[in-house]
Design a protein around this ligand. Structure first.
Ligand SMILES: *Cc1c(COP(=O)(O)O)cnc(C)c1O
Length: 374
């Protein structure tokens, strides 16, 4: 994988020293937590801090840090799906068609089909494998994900951005899996980034948050307005936890990706594992494109075992994978995606590799593999 660009290092440094750079003697070095619903308003309303549904200083502190990482204006939401709905509300009107991946994050299709269809917004789906050739005329908004979840296919985002631009189709990328430290969709030509910070960004499996970033100021005004009027601002405490999480994101990703590379190699080499998808494996179909656009290969692995029982035996015997949905936390976890209706084999596990010490994690995985050996 290409090393993170020097520009990412610069953004990371600016994020870490964001508060330190503006301290006065006696200020707390740590970001203060400021929960409030109202503000001192003796006179005409100030532009933003008028009421807690519009803005909060701790939420703004998290947004400032994300904005430094994304190099773009950022609005924080109470979940990844709240971020998605604000994007649809701010970009689409009745009669428009929204293009999403048929094998992308499932709640996005449910949201469009169950909620926005009643407002005259049509969902159009396309499998990741065909997205490179999908005609874009008549599409009012395209939202892609790369790598896809759970299959870990990688889309050429710059090529798609070029086609979207020619077709006049706004293009958003769900960057949840990579985070701003692993991939920069705005630099590749996307207009919007959507991210669930519930996952690696916050990283400790204890909150839900999401954000939207864009370099289009007018669009970000509408996104912020949608958050205010729909009431999707997060609480101050969750935003404060995200500030903490962002400060260690780079180190966590480094450990998680290094661990994932070792685990993927072990799984690939074992005869009882039918197939392995990991963009960092040199023979993975996504490897070449991942190398071109991702700074890191990621911490998610798709592994197909013979059947549901074999997958369960692997999880039990390894003693390290917590059976859970979601991903990106410090603990390694495993999710058998067929139980959610994903179009994958019964024995398919999405493994989220955590921050465990590498040698011990490898021991655990070897134990799990020994339990399913032929
Ligand atoms: C989890 C997830 C979401 C939704 O985020 P929430 O914070 O759960 O609302 C969207 N996209 C992807 C890729 C996700 O993994």
């Amino acid at each position: 994988m290409a090393p993170p660009s020097p520009d990412i290092g610069r953004r990371l440094l600016a994020m870490l020293h964001h508060r330190a750079g503006r301290l006065r003697p006696g200020d707390s070095v740590a970001e203060p937590l400021i929960p409030t619903s109202i503000y001192h308003l003796p006179d005409d309303p100030a532009p933003d801090r008028v009421y807690g549904r519009v803005a909060n200083p701790t939420v703004q502190a998290a947004e400032d840090r994300l904005a430094l990482l994304e190099d773009a204006r950022t609005v924080l939401f109470s979940s990844g799906m709240a971020a998605y709905s604000a994007v649809v509300l701010s970009t689409v009107k009745a009669g428009d068609r929204v293009l999403v991946l048929s094998d992308g994050y499932y709640a996005v299709r449910q949201m469009l089909a169950e909620i926005f269809s009643a407002f005259g917004v049509d969902m159009v789906t396309c499998p990741t494998a065909e997205i490179g050739d999908r005609p874009l005329d008549g599409i009012g908004l395209a939202i892609l994900e790369s790598p896809t979840n759970p299959n870990l296919d990688v889309i050429d985002l710059a090529a798609f951005a070029g086609r979207a631009k020619s077709a006049g189709c706004p293009f958003a990328v769900d960057n949840t899996v990579c985070t701003a430290l692993g991939q920069q969709p705005l630099d590749l030509g996307a207009e919007l980034v959507i991210s669930s910070d519930t996952k690696a960004a916050a990283g400790h499996s204890d909150l839900l948050l999401g954000h939207v970033s864009s370099r289009d100021n007018g669009l970000m005004d509408r996104i912020h307005r949608a958050r205010t009027l729909a009431g999707a601002i997060p609480g101050a405490f969750d935003a404060w936890l995200l500030v903490r999480g962002l400060e260690t994101l780079d180190m966590r990703l480094e450990r998680m990706c290094a661990n994932a590379g070792r685990v993927a190699g072990l799984l690939r080499a074992h005869p009882s594992v039918r197939s392995v998808r990991y963009p960092g494996l040199a023979d993975d179909p996504a490897f070449a494109q991942a190398n071109r656009q991702m700074a890191r290969p990621g911490f998610l692995i798709g592994a197909t075992f013979a059947d549901q029982a074999t997958a369960a035996r692997f999880i039990d015997a390894s003693g390290v994978f917590i059976p859970a949905t979601s991903f990106g936390g410090v603990h390694s976890s495993a999710d058998r995606r067929a139980r959610w209706g994903d179009d994958v084999p019964d024995g398919f596990l999405r493994l989220s590799i955590g921050c465990e010490p590498g040698a011990q994690l490898v021991d655990c995985v070897e134990k799990g593999l020994a339990a399913i050996a032929p």
